[in-house]
Write a protein that binds this ligand. Structure first.
Ligand SMILES: Nc1ncnc2c1ncn2[C@@H]1O[C@H](COP(=O)(O)OP(=O)(O)OP(=O)(O)O)[C@@H](O)[C@H]1O
Length: 908
């Protein structure tokens, strides 16, 4: 290897060898990446990269040579397994520069023995620019986003534009936004990688926003965000003279978009993926959901970060990766335009009725390959024969499905749009690909073997020659055995010698003397064998090699032709892929509606919000799995000019939060164009959705639970309007009782008088129910419970009126608080109630102290009466409420209930 001198062997060397100098230079140009430095069959990493990678990948760290008096750390991964290692590094948030050998080592040698193989970085692998299926999640979009800022003046605030692209599918979008709305937009996009000019990182707030929005935030030099050259750079990327054909964009939007293409160029080192022209998203057309509400409602993932337990997981019945991605995109940005929503609902309606057609389409869709991602790989010259086959398969499916749709007389604008897109799929390309490609295909084009027999006569000839010669060689073994009289003579092949004749060493004498030595040329002597060749064998070998080489060249040229034709048809392919995804979403939502008993919501321009028999889409499924059933509840907070505020009181654990969330989720479902879990639903389209539920502190930002709650409440009071829908859960509980009550009180008044939005407000402050007498649109509602032998039984039914008490102590008892504590709490409560809360402290002074305190010091604390009770207590101790997802919490409750039942039995 000409690379022997990459690492200096001289233990005292402090001067880089030429090859080391090459490494150092390439590394210096990519300081923020781990450098995968190709050496033969390995990617090697040196110095700090080696230390980082060996730790991250659990591979051995070795040393080779010295530089500047220090050992050089080294580790490597084999090229054939590099994807797996890349995937792990990317998942851990690293970026990798892949540096390849750009010439044959033999070429380098020609320039002199000291010369180094030419190497270059061919690609930067970063989280937001992935294209390989094994590096990507098939069911998730992989967005790269760029944020551009226009500094405000004294009279104007800062303005922002965000561009985001999924390089694996080509989707490319833009939106303008404000500083206040930026976090919401980024939370919606969930960028896998986020780019911003390094100057923006001086702003603490922005830096935090970026960090919260993406696991990989990349500061870039200003040049990437140069407004003056943005338009030109975009036009160049899309090879158009002017961007006018794509629509009119603001300078700021162009700046963000140009940063994306510049970064794509940088990471792909000049190869260009087929990005769609950027399309503007009008944020006014979407239901706005701020980052905190989005997280609280657990739309696409739970607060713990998992997909399971989220709304998306509960409603996703899609059968293709592209369908799953589209559904997630729609859930991230529900619509706010009743007409567009109606179009989508029409399609769901149609497929709900057409059960046979739906089943047939879904069966077909389930096998449809991911065309968009295959197309990107083909465009970047990273594609293999199976990518071309995927496109052929996708196009054929599109034609078949279009036929199926038309036959069934599918109507409505969404179905028409889908059918049109599918019909426009380039059938002739599919036919061409199918004709050329074999049925069984290798992953890589490198070794050939993918073009169908009979497609090209010259290829067939070359292959025949190659194969015939192989047969002739096989036949030679017989001939040579006869000529030499050595029955055990074999013709064999290996990578070093090529074809050779092998005999046992005891025939050495005969083979190397007259007359056999005239025919057999000695090649190699091993301990157990002697090897020879013949002129005939070499000639045949040469013929095989040249025929194989010719066959491979023909196959590669066929591949190049097919790839070119495929890339040329890129727009139509992508459209067909989009429509397949849309069909998957429409049919899967129909499937969901059928399986879960959802109904079509009426969505219009009114300010109505009337749900009859509504259910929580996630809790309902979880309860069913556990054999329970969900109690449906109605909600009516609409009005002609302003919304109502339902003040929901009720015991702990009664189902208040569930009720609040279920109504927000029903609104979201309706506005993505899905049927909803209810008996009926009429929703005047919601423009903004706010949710202040659950409490989590944001210690990273130095904010306490109460502070977070107040910040989120402030956002609602400052922004909600009559068209908004707001759910607020237990505002003010994180502070002293009277402070909390006063804040809740004033908040309700403000919502009622100023915001006038449709609101659900859950609280434990029963004092607030008095507000309904003063504020005409405040309605009291409560969750019904029954008391039975001192315990509380939850009925989960929302009824008009207010709760008379909290039953907190009963719930605490259910949860397994030690009996002395429960008894003491009961006594305190009785006293507090007697005094009406007045003079509480002095009153408590009069109350006999907690009985435990008066025990003799040595007396053991009352032992749990039975092991089941001990287990229950241990289970409670093990709970960390702040770390539980709703699902886990639910499971915990069931577990505790089961343990509790055990105690009952034991006491029998
Ligand atoms: N409508 C319902 N039908 C059946 N079960 C329900 C219903 N609503 C809630 N539940 C069950 O009750 C549990 C508690 O509900 P939830 O958290 O909404 O109560 P909460 O009143 O908000 O309690 P807290 O005041 O303690 O926060 C849920 O996890 C769920 O299992």
């Amino acid at each position: 290897m000409t690379d022997a001198q990459v690492l200096p062997d001289d233990r005292t060397a402090d001067v880089a060898t030429p090859a080391m100098a090459q490494f150092i230079e390439i590394k210096a140009a990519n300081p923020d990446c781990l450098l995968f430095y190709r050496m033969g069959d390995f990617y090697e990493m040196f110095f700090e990269d080696a230390e980082v990678a060996s730790r991250a990948l659990g591979i051995t760290l070795t040393k080779r040579g010295r530089y500047r008096g220090e050992d050089i750390p080294l580790c490597g991964v084999p090229v054939h397994a590099a994807d797996d290692y890349l995937q792990r590094l990317i998942a851990l948030g690293h970026r990798v520069a892949v540096c390849e050998q750009m010439e044959d080592p033999a070429e380098a040698k020609k320039r002199g023995s000291k010369s180094v193989v030419r190497r270059d970085v061919v690609r930067l692998v970063t989280p937001g620019t992935l294209t390989e299926d094994n590096l990507l999640d098939a069911r998730r979009s992989n967005y790269l986003a760029a944020v551009a800022r226009q500094k405000g003046t004294e009279s104007a605030a800062d303005a922002f534009a965000v561009a985001w692209a999924d390089m694996s599918t080509g989707a490319f979008r833009l939106a303008e936004t404000t500083a206040a709305a930026l976090p919401a937009l980024l939370a919606r996009i969930e960028p896998r990688e986020l780019l911003a000019a390094d100057g923006l990182f001086d702003d603490d707030e922005l830096r935090r926003t970026f960090k919260a929005a993406s696991p990989a935030v990349v500061p870039l030099p200003r040049a990437f965000f140069d407004a003056a050259t943005a338009e030109h750079r975009l036009a160049d990327f899309f090879s158009v003279a002017s961007l006018d054909a794509f629509g009119s964009f603001s300078r700021l939007e162009l700046t963000a978009a140009a940063a994306i293409v510049a970064y794509v160029d940088k990471t792909q080192v000049g190869s260009r993926p087929p990005l769609d022209p950027p399309a503007r998203e009008s944020l006014g057309g979407a239901l706005a959901i701020d980052a905190a509400s989005r997280a609280n409602l657990e739309l696409c993932r739970t607060l713990a970060g998992e997909r399971r337990g989220s709304l998306l997981h509960a409603i996703d019945r899609t059968v293709s990766g592209a369908g799953a991605r589209l559904l997630a995109d729609r859930l991230a940005a529900p619509l706010a335009d009743p007409d567009a929503i109606r179009d989508r609902l029409d399609a769901v309606d149609f497929f709900l009725a057409e059960t046979t057609l739906r089943a047939r389409l879904r069966r077909d869709l389930a096998g449809v390959p991911d065309m968009a991602r295959a197309l990107t790989r083909v465009s970047l010259d990273r594609g293999g024969p199976r990518d071309l086959a995927a496109i052929a398969g996708g196009l054929n499916a599109a034609a078949r499905l279009a036929g199926g749709l038309r036959e069934a007389g599918g109507a409505g604008s969404e179905i028409d749009r889908i059918a049109h897109g599918l019909e426009a799929a380039p059938a002739e390309l599919a036919a061409r690909l199918m004709a050329a490609l074999d049925d069984e295909l290798p992953l890589l084009k490198r070794d050939g073997g993918f073009v169908r027999q009979g497609f090209r006569s010259d290829l067939d000839e070359a292959r025949a020659l190659r194969d015939q010669s192989r047969q002739v060689i096989a036949a030679l073994q017989q001939t040579y055995a006869e000529t030499t009289g050595i029955k055990s003579l074999k013709v064999k092949h290996n990578g070093v010698l090529g074809y050779f004749i092998e005999v046992a060493p005891n025939y050495a004498q005969a083979m190397t003397s007259e007359p056999l030595n005239r025919l057999f040329i000695h090649r190699q002597t091993l301990a157990g064998a002697m090897r020879f060749s013949t002129t005939e064998l070499s000639e045949l070998e040469g013929r095989i090699a040249s025929a194989a080489e010719r066959a491979l060249a023909i196959e590669l040229s066929v591949f190049a032709d097919l790839a070119r034709a495929t890339v040329e048809a890129g727009i139509a392919i992508k459209r067909a892929a989009d429509m397949l995804a849309a069909l998957d979403v429409a049919t899967s939502l129909a499937e969901l509606a059928a399986a879960e008993g959802y109904v079509r919501p009426r969505v219009d321009d009114s300010l109505t919000f009337r749900i009859d028999g509504g259910r929580h889409p996630v809790v309902e499924q979880v309860l069913r799995e556990q054999g329970g059933s969900f109690v449906a509840n109605g909600c009516d907070v609409g009005g002609e000019a302003a919304g109502k505020l339902w003040l929901v009181t009720g015991p702990n654990m009664a189902g208040k939060s569930t009720f609040l969330r279920q109504n927000a989720l029903i609104a979201v479902l309706a506005q993505i164009g899905s049927f909803v879990p209810a008996k009926s639903a009429h929703i005047g389209v919601v423009d903004r959705l706010f949710s202040r539920v659950g409490a989590a502190d944001d210690l990273a930002r130095g904010r306490s639970t109460f502070m977070v709650e107040m910040i989120e409440t402030a956002a609602i009071l400052n922004q909600a309007g009559a068209r908004s829908f707001v759910i607020l859960d237990e505002i003010g509980r994180g502070t002293a009782t009277y402070d909390g009550l006063s804040i809740a009180w004033a908040t309700i008044e403000h919502l009622h008088e100023a915001n006038r939005c449709r609101t659900l407000f859950a609280t434990h402050y029963h004092e607030l129910t008095a507000l309904s007498e003063r504020l005409p649109r405040v309605v009291n509602a409560t969750v019904k419970v029954k008391e039975w032998r001192g315990d509380v039984v939850f009925l989960h039914e929302i009824v008009p009126g207010s709760a008379d008490r909290s039953y907190g102590i009963q719930v605490a008892k259910l949860a397994g608080l030690p009996r002395p504590v429960i008894e003491r709490a009961r006594a305190v409560l009785a006293e507090l109630e007697k005094s009406g809360g007045n003079n509480a402290v002095s009153m408590l002074d009069d109350l006999p102290l907690f009985s435990l305190a008066r025990r003799p010091a040595a007396a053991p604390v009352e032992a749990p009466p039975d092991p089941a009770e001990a287990e229950l207590l241990a289970a409670i101790d093990a709970l960390a409420p702040d770390e539980l997802s709703p699902r886990e919490a639910l499971e915990a409750v069931y577990r505790l209930k089961a343990l509790r039942a055990g105690i009952g039995r034991a006491h029998g």
